[in-house]
Design a protein around this ligand. Structure first.
Ligand SMILES: CC(=O)N[C@H]1[C@@H](OP(=O)(O)OP(=O)(O)OC[C@H]2O[C@@H](n3ccc(=O)[nH]c3=O)[C@H](O)[C@@H]2O)O[C@H](CO)[C@@H](O)[C@@H]1O[C@H](C)C(=O)N[C@@H](C)C(=O)N[C@H](CCC(=O)O)C(=O)O
Ligand SMILES: Nc1ncnc2c1ncn2[C@@H]1O[C@H](COP(=O)(O)OP(=O)(O)OP(=O)(O)O)[C@@H](O)[C@H]1O
Ligand SMILES: N[C@H](CCC[C@H](N)C(=O)O)C(=O)O
Ligand SMILES: [Mg+2]
Length: 486
């Protein structure tokens, strides 16, 4: 059992009413999870205001209420803690509750529109190769020294995250590499973490549904750097237009990487092929298994991070050349002379990068057939842009369903279609059923052709109206190409 005032250490308080030395059982922010003697933190969310569940939490046995607005009726036996920001309070309290695990680990958070999972996973794989016991928090999976813990978010909620960090400490991890999504930063899921460093990959169009404007989205990413401690490093991709903004108010040591503009860590692409990348780094020529210019950035960001963590550059390059990166990112599946590429590109920039990479490595005569959709209940403004990019950079395009969630799939597809130039209509088809779309691409493809299946990467489900149906692009394309080529 913990003492209330201990877990409130460093939380900005407005007022307190009642016993602060109280012993508490659990810390919860969902009234449905309250047990006897819990602390319930009321957070105002995107769907409901958690303050309306204070009575429900009390009915279930909560003895402490942490909130921004005090309820009208106060109960004598209950402790009320009024805070400036409940979400932030939860982050700090969760860290205290789990004994501040981030102070016992070197944690690096990666933020940016694209490349977070790739960068964090490469760092995890690199540090494992270098002999460390390491943790990973990512969109694809969470890992603690090799053990996989399924991931529900890119960045877990503050409680789950601090609990995972505590487990990392208990398992003897020295480092943790994690993704910091813009949602998580705004929602203060990262508030209680002491970072050793933060990495900015890039910022392009995404999540405008949540942040409202591109400026707000930039501000969300910048907040991570604003809050870094003085002894941390702030590493940016110098070639991104908005990178300098990230460093404007940081107290951390400023560092940069890039292929074009002056930077602390530089590289040059010597070869960019379907087999991998050859880079020149400080006069050393090194081959990597990753494909595409965007992965040159990811690799360079990883190299810079590892150097800033005190590792030897030569050793890093030797081990980094062996690693493969995250699942579902440019996964190549070759069957009967046809190459299928499954990739998680779900933003306009990612789709453009992946298609340009394919255009850059193709031999010329073959067709590039792209299958793409856009997620429901997510940024609608990216839909027409992604469809336009797909048609401009492919020979044939099949628009299909991604995760429609609560939306009508045909409405999403019509919104995508609206972005296509009329001259490109003849190369475009709409096939709502994703399996049928992949099958049709398989039928259209000839030997040598490339099929890009974009948007879902590692995902093993398709989310339709709250139900996750099993669906794995990699398994489906393998099965169908094998069947078609029997
Ligand atoms: C839009 C969004 O980010 N929502 C996240 C947010 O929930 P919310 O603000 O909508 O919560 P809410 O339903 O309004 O509830 C408000 C409060 O009331 C509480 N409540 C609610 C009901 C009840 O009966 N009792 C109760 O106490 C809730 O526990 C909550 O504390 O806080 C929850 C707890 O941390 C998250 O699980 C939830 O993620 C939802 C499921 C989600 O889909 N999030 C996505 C968009 C997301 O976070 N994505 C990013 C990655 C994006 C990227 O690719 O870059 C991620 O980090 O995964
Ligand atoms: N540095 C990069 N710049 C631009 N695009 C990239 C970069 N790295 C990866 N991509 C593209 O973006 C897709 C998603 O990559 P990744 O999963 O690493 O990003 P993420 O930032 O973790 O995404 P999410 O926000 O969904 O967690 C990849 O499949 C690839 O198409
Ligand atoms: N982490 C991203 C993933 C999008 C992946 C795409 N398949 C979709 O469902 O939109 C999000 O939650 O917006
Ligand atoms: Mg990710």
């Amino acid at each position: 059992m913990k003492i209330l005032k201990d877990i409130l250490y460093k939380v900005s308080l407005n007022s307190t009413i009642g016993n602060m030395d109280r012993r508490i059982s659990e810390l919860v922010f969902d009234s449905r999870k309250v047990v006897e003697d819990s602390v319930f933190v009321a957070i105002s969310g995107t769907q409901v205001d958690g303050h309306v569940f204070i009575d429900a939490a009390l009915d279930k046995g909560a003895k402490v209420i942490v909130c921004e607005t005090l309820p009208e009726v106060l109960h004598e036996e209950i402790t009320y803690v009024q805070v400036v920001n409940s979400a932030r309070a939860l982050g700090i309290m969760a860290a205290n509750y789990y004994e501040n695990p981030s102070e016992k680990l070197k944690i690096v958070a990666v933020t940016g529109t694209n490349g977070k999972t790739t960068t964090a996973t490469l760092l995890y794989q690199l540090f494992i190769e270098m002999g460390y016991v390491v943790g990973l928090l990512s969109t694809v999976e969470n890992k603690i020294s090799g053990k996989v813990i399924p991931s529900t978010h890119t960045t877990p909620d503050a409680l789950s995250m601090q609990s995972l960090l505590k487990e990392m400490v208990d398992e003897g991890c020295t480092h943790c590499f994690m993704e910091a999504s813009s949602h998580a930063i705004v929602q203060e899921r990262t508030a209680g973490i002491k970072l050793t460093g933060a990495v900015f990959t890039n910022i392009t169009h995404d999540h405008l549904d949540y942040h409202g404007t591109f400026d707000e989205y930039i501000k969300a990413k910048k907040k991570l750097f604003d809050e870094l401690p003085k002894d941390a490093f702030a590493l940016i991709n110098a070639d991104d237009k908005r990178a300098m903004v990230m460093l404007q108010n940081t107290k951390a040591t400023r560092q940069s990487f890039g292929l074009k503009y002056p930077a602390d860590f530089k590289a040059k692409i010597l070869t960019n092929a379907l087999e991998g990348l050859e880079l020149d780094i400080n006069g050393r020529q090194v081959w990597f298994r990753m494909i595409g210019e965007f992965n040159a950035y990811n690799l360079l960001g990883v190299l810079a991070t590892a150097v800033l963590l005190g590792e030897d550059e030569e050793e890093i390059l030797m081990q980094l050349s062996k690693v493969e990166g995250a699942q579902g990112r440019f996964d190549k599946i070759a069957i009967a002379g046809i190459t299928a590429i499954v990739d998680y590109a779900h933003t306009p920039d990612a789709l453009e990068n992946v298609l340009k990479t394919i255009q850059g490595v193709r031999s010329g005569g073959e067709q590039v057939i792209t299958i793409v959709g856009c997620g429901g209940n997510r940024d609608k403004t990216k839909r027409p842009i992604m469809a336009k990019i797909a048609t401009q950079l492919s020979d044939k395009v099949i628009l299909t369903s991604d995760n429609p969630r609560d939306e009508d799939p045909m409405t999403i597809l019509k919104e995508m279609e609206a972005g296509i130039n009329p001259v490109d209509f003849k190369k475009t088809m709409i096939i709502e059923d994703r399996r049928e779309a992949i099958k049709t691409a398989g039928i259209m493809a000839n030997k040598g052709d490339i099929i890009l299946i974009a948007g879902k990467g590692h995902e093993t489900y398709q989310e339709i109206k709250g139900v996750k149906h099993l669906f794995d692009d990699r398994a489906v394309v393998k099965e169908l190409l094998n069947l078609l080529n029997q």
